[in-house]
Design a protein around this ligand. Structure first.
Ligand code: BG6
Length: 489
């Protein structure tokens, strides 16, 4: 079912995210006839643009990056509008009122409005209050929803403050905190794989699982985002949100119902069950490191401290690895190893479930390990690894694979994360958005890492194109294990 007619107001419309993700996502949805019959986009930001120049810029980008063209592109672009606005000035928001009134009337939206905050985070608390000052938060005439980009807060306290500020003018049901990893098809597939198959779920616990690895490896560095990244680092940028959300999907109990609250209740329970961290534990189980100068895929790259926008003596981490535990019935005693880093040799995000080996070595040798590999990106799919007999005499076993790849499905036209999430927000489905309790549980869990970061000494370094610092190998080796390093295809 298509969403109801609505207007999307994008704050930060002249920014990078709008150009790279939001407008292309809306264009694809439009092309696939998934948007409401009547909808328009109103871009708003400080840049002095008008409807025509905004349309031209978006059109050119769609032509260059998405190979767009024809009447679909023309029709789509007629629905783009722009309002220049001093986003920090409450009075200036008065300009939005007649603009939105006119668009709502023209597109017969009944007042439905989706506000997208794609601005620097310093404005996340300001924009909602400015909208409210002009009555633009009122649901008396159509729904009003607010999508808030990450980072939601900077630490536990600022996240709480931000929540309180936004809640002053918007109710929780109006707030959609985006975590684009939850929009990835394969992250959602974790739930379907687990809860619609009799095969896996009986094994999905401490009795059969030895340990779990979650990896998000990137081949890019901080690119042109040094200014933002230096105040953030891998812990805030990837772990506090994306990786903990994936962890919740892997570890949660079956929800009572498939709806936003039931699923988010289970996710929150896992986040509340994470074994609390302290400095003593982190000394042995956390590795933070920063890339130095080097070469990746034949390209010379500067060290992190030489990147634009980064302090020359920065100790911000571009790599992190953590061994964590979940204190509940299902997972007691099962370690989860989580790592993420920039400038690693391969781009991939995966979850690896390592099953325990057989209780007794019948064939007088150590049997290959059984693994279930959930590949979130790229080359989305699921692979099983287990032992079978080596052909020939004797009973020697070797590891074999059974692979499923999404690309092999006849119907594999999956929505990208932003397409899925924009559509869900228009439909009022908050299942794949982080609820306030989950966000706070994540920050609460992560806070000791932030404190530890602030007080520890020099940061370890790793070479671009390597699998990260040796300290991370040593950390996992302490329990006799090694990280899975997929090979280049
Ligand atoms: C973003 C981070 O949230 O996720 C980036 O800010 C990171 O630093 C990106 O590169 C990774 O997303 P994806 O979808 O490319 O895995």
């Amino acid at each position: 079912m298509k969403p109801a007619n609505n207007i999307i107001v994008i704050f930060g419309a002249s920014g990078d995210l709008t150009r790279r993700k939001l407008i292309p996502a809306l264009y694809h949805l439009y092309k696939n006839n998934q948007l409401p019959d009547k909808f328009a986009v109103l871009g708003a930001s400080r840049s002095e643009l008008d409807d025509v120049s905004f349309r031209d810029a978006m059109r050119q980008n769609l032509i260059d990056k998405e190979n767009a063209g024809g009447t679909t592109l023309d029709d789509f672009c007629t629905r783009l509008y722009y309002q220049s606005l001093n986003t920090a000035d409450r009075d200036d928001y008065g300009k939005l009122v007649p603009r939105l009134d006119a668009l709502h009337a023209e597109y017969q939206t009944g007042g439905n409005t989706l506000y997208y905050l794609s601005t620097p985070p310093s404005l996340y608390g300001i924009i909602p209050a400015c909208l409210a000052a002009h009555g633009l938060n009122s649901e008396n005439h159509g729904w009003k929803r607010l999508i808030v980009e990450k980072p939601f807060g900077y630490d536990a306290q600022t996240a709480r403050e931000l929540d309180a500020t936004i809640h002053h003018d918007f109710l929780e049901h109006q707030i959609y905190r985006i975590d684009h990893y939850l929009g990835k098809e394969t992250v959602q597939n974790l739930l379907v794989l687990r809860f619609s198959n009799g095969l896996f779920e009986p094994l999905w616990n401490r009795n059969y699982i030895d340990y779990v690895e979650i990896t998000a490896a990137e081949t890019i560095g901080v690119e042109n985002r040094g200014g933002y990244y230096d105040g953030s680092g891998a812990v805030r940028d990837m772990f506090q949100n994306h990786l903990l959300q994936i962890l919740a999907m892997v570890a949660m109990e079956p929800p009572a119902l498939i709806d936003a609250d039931s699923i988010r209740d289970e996710a929150a329970k896992i986040l509340h069950s994470l074994h609390p961290l302290d400095a003593e534990y982190l000394k042995n189980n956390l590795v933070l490191a920063q890339y130095g100068k080097g070469e990746i895929n034949g390209r010379a790259v500067p060290g992190y401290r030489q990147e634009k926008g980064v302090a020359p003596d920065s100790s911000t981490e571009t790599y992190m690895a953590l061994r964590l535990q979940i204190d509940n019935w299902r997972w007691s005693g099962v370690p989860f190893y989580i790592r993420t880093g920039k400038y690693l040799p391969l781009r991939f995000t995966e979850v690896v479930i390592h099953f325990k080996t057989t209780p007794h070595p019948v064939f007088n040798q150590r049997a290959p390990e059984n693994k279930l590999i959930l590949r979130i990106q790229p080359d989305e799919g699921i692979a099983m690894r287990f032992g079978l007999k080596k052909p020939g005499a004797g009973f020697e076993s070797e590891e074999v694979a059974m692979d499923f790849r999404y690309a092999d499905l006849a119907e594999n036209n999956v929505l990208t994360a932003y397409e899925r999430l924009l559509l869900d927000a228009m439909k009022g489905d908050a299942t794949l958005f982080a609820r306030t309790d989950a966000v706070h549980a994540c920050w609460k869990y992560v806070q000791p890492i932030l404190d530890y970061k602030a007080n520890r000494g020099a940061i370890a370094s790793y070479e671009p194109g390597s699998w990260g610092p040796v300290e991370a190998d040593k950390m996992i080796a302490r329990s006799g294990r090694v990280w899975r390093q997929p090979r280049k295809a």
